[in-house]
Design a binder for this molecule. Structure first.
Ligand SMILES: Nc1ncnc2c1ncn2[C@@H]1O[C@H](COP(=O)(O)OP(=O)(O)O)[C@@H](O)[C@H]1O
Ligand SMILES: [Mg+2]
Length: 341
């Protein structure tokens, strides 16, 4: 068995939505794991199923129209999909917390920052108001807010977008979660602030004992923060590798496209390539590889049969027919399990 403790193990997750246009297969057979204290980036263009994956872990998928068509989500060994809602409420915000793209919509405008953080703390911990306030100041300090003693009594609209996102991170960390899920935490912020927030997440990794799942459409922004990357396309994992491996030797044409579309200053010119086309409509995915309609290397087999997720190197999985020479893993799933020999 692996010596590193697996904090989260998602296996064959399928989250579907029943709509009047048909079944939307937002997440379709996704497997991955996160180690205790680890940091996983989940990337893919808009519509690839990243948020639905994150919300499934939090069990925040509304049923109906959503449903879990298959899979398990084991957190600290227990299957979250089997838990009653009451038990999930204890886990959410305490053991697993989540921050979203737009910090303003997550903060209540009529309560002070202090009210909101202390309420989150008191919901999960048996502490006095004074103790909760003390903890709130502590976490505001932790996320780099100067003058936290004053800021705590301010209202969200007094704060800039970057500060609000820091407050959200502080709130998310206030109960010392084991897993912090950040869904596009910097997308709504301007570039300088984006860099500061990512810097903060990187710094927090060494200071708090939480694992981080960082969801983004922008592979460029997470390279320096995460250890490994899960690339999603049209509800599927197309590649999973350590971040360095992913940049040095990407195996899936979609990953190559994502890397190429990171803006680069190339000698004297500014270069920006994009992947042509868009993520296909989830009620009407093409047969075979879902990327085949946009893939420059697509062959007949790609349009006819779905490529399995194969082991293509150490700690490296990819789902592309060009890799069929490689040895298949016993079960197409996250490398943690695949590596156990
Ligand atoms: N409540 C819902 N009802 C129907 N379709 C949904 C719902 N939520 C998400 N989807 C669809 O699932 C797919 C994946 O969505 P999402 O996970 O939000 O993508 P991402 O976060 O990668 O941009 C999209 O096609 C989206 O339209
Ligand atoms: Mg999203």
């Amino acid at each position: 068995m692996s010596t590193i403790e697996r904090l989260l193990e998602v296996h064959d997750l399928r989250t579907y939505f029943d709509t009047k246009h048909g079944i939307v297969q937002s997440v379709d057979g996704v497997s991955f794991g996160i180690d205790k204290g680890g940091c996983l980036g989940v990337v893919g263009e808009s519509g690839s199923g990243k948020s639905v994956t994150a919300l499934s872990i939090m069990r925040l998928i509304q049923t109906p129209p959503g449903r879990f068509a298959s899979g398990t989500i084991r957190f600290c060994g227990e299957d979250l999909l089997a838990k009653p809602e009451r038990a999930m409420r204890k886990i959410r915000g305490k053991d697993i917390s989540m921050i979203f793209q737009e910090p303003m919509t997550s903060l209540n405008p009529v309560f002070t920052i202090g009210n909101q953080i202390t309420e989150a703390i008191r919901l999960h911990n048996d502490v006095t108001l004074a103790q909760a306030r003390q903890r709130a100041i502590e976490v505001l300090d932790l996320v780099g807010i100067a003058d936290s003693g004053r800021l705590i009594d301010q209202y969200p609209h007094h704060l800039s977008g970057g500060m609000r996102q820091r407050v959200m991170i502080a709130m998310a960390l206030s109960c010392s979660p084991k897993l912090l899920i950040a869904d596009e935490p910097t997308t709504a912020l301007d570039v300088t602030i984006q860099a500061q927030i990512l810097d903060l997440l990187r710094k927090l990794r060494s200071e708090v004992d939480a694992a981080i799942m960082l969801v983004t459409h922008d592979l460029g922004v997470i390279a320096e923060v995460v250890d490994e990357v899960l690339v999603m396309y049209a509800g599927k994992v197309v590649e999973h590798a350590r971040v360095q491996t992913l940049f040095d030797a990407p195996q899936h044409p979609y990953t190559v496209g994502l890397i190429d579309s990171i803006p680069k200053i190339d000698e004297t010119r500014y270069r920006l390539k994009t992947i042509e086309g868009t993520v296909p409509n989830p009620t009407d995915f093409p047969p075979g590889c879902r990327f085949s309609t946009r893939c420059p290397h697509a062959r007949d087999i790609c349009r006819g049969e779905e490529p399995p997720l194969l082991k293509v190197g150490e700690h490296h999985l990819a789902a592309c027919w060009k890799n069929t020479d490689f040895r298949p893993v016993r079960q197409p799933e996250a490398w943690g399990a695949a590596n156990v020999s």
